[in-house]
Design a protein around this ligand. Structure first.
Ligand SMILES: Nc1ncnc2c1ncn2[C@@H]1O[C@H](COP(=O)(O)OP(=O)(O)OP(=O)(O)O)[C@@H](O)[C@H]1O
Ligand SMILES: [Mg+2]
Length: 239
């Protein structure tokens, strides 16, 4: 498909964007994983990123997180022209990226150090309890189940409190309670003014809680519109 006239999902936001991607592209060998993606996302706005396996969602999130360098195009992160340091970006990815020999509380202590913040044990404990890791905060993370590791990712994201939140399949490995927890956190982060991008195959589950939708296909922007329109687009494609 080549619908070159596709607009960015946040073509006319009321607030200046925190994140602007322009023609963002990434090639691996001779394959374009992401090709010509345009995005604008303002504080308090959320984007559902959808598309089949291999469509380019994870690659795009890694580009937005600065973990991958674009082959072409640009990514601009700023505070909507208000100056100061660029907004901080937090990603929950497929892999936790945790230090396997350390405990959950040690992760928050290190995160505090890296952010130049005072570590507050009571705050860390409350956060770990919120994600259901109370009583498990001192043991090495290598002993964690997959869902517990995802819950630690969530606690670290909340602790780091970035302005731009990127979630790659955030519901993967989570049980029923964990799914409800993630739902609540997503709503809360957007209400608190974060710019949030979520890649997921659970489009029907999240379509009503996110603002805009972008469907990728072969790395290209296949469709943009309200998030609520994404399930029908994907259903039509698989007919
Ligand atoms: N490091 C890499 N080296 C080579 N090819 C890669 C690399 N990472 C991703 N790709 C390719 O880029 C394309 C997009 O992959 P990506 O992981 O972004 O898809 P996705 O939409 O996240 O898929 P899924 O729904 O399975 O998570 C795929 O063809 C994949 O094989
Ligand atoms: Mg992926």
């Amino acid at each position: 498909m080549t619908e070159t006239a596709l607009a960015s999902p946040e073509a006319a936001p009321s607030a200046p964007p925190l994140l602007v991607a322009s023609g963002l592209s990434r090639r691996f060998g001779d394959r374009w994983a992401v090709a010509g993606v345009n995005l604008r996302l303002s504080a308090g706005r959320s984007l559902l990123l959808a598309g089949h396996n291999g469509a380019g969602k994870t690659t795009l999130l890694q580009l937005l997180a600065g973990l991958l360098r674009p082959t072409a195009g640009t990514l601009t992160l700023d505070r909507g022209g208000r100056g100061g340091p660029p907004p901080r970006v937090g990603l929950i990815g497929h892999r936790g990226g945790h230090w396997q020999d350390l405990g959950a509380d040690e992760h928050l202590r290190i995160d505090a150090h890296l952010l130049g913040r005072r570590f507050d044990r009571a705050e860390a404990r409350a956060l770990l309890a919120r994600v259901g890791l109370d009583g498990r905060d001192r043991e090495p993370v290598r002993q964690f189940s997959a869902g517990m590791s995802k819950r630690l990712s969530l606690a670290r994201l909340l602790y780091q409190d970035p302005e731009v939140v990127l979630l790659d399949e955030p519901y993967g490995k989570l049980d029923h309670d964990g799914t409800a927890l993630m739902d609540g956190v997503v709503d809360e982060l957007v209400a608190r003014g974060k710019a949030l991008v979520m890649a997921t195959h659970l489009v029907s589950h999240v379509a009503h809680r996110l603002h805009s939708g972008l469907v990728l296909d072969g790395g290209e922007m296949r469709w943009v519109g309200p998030a609520s329109g994404v399930p029908a687009i994907l259903a039509k494609e698989s007919e």
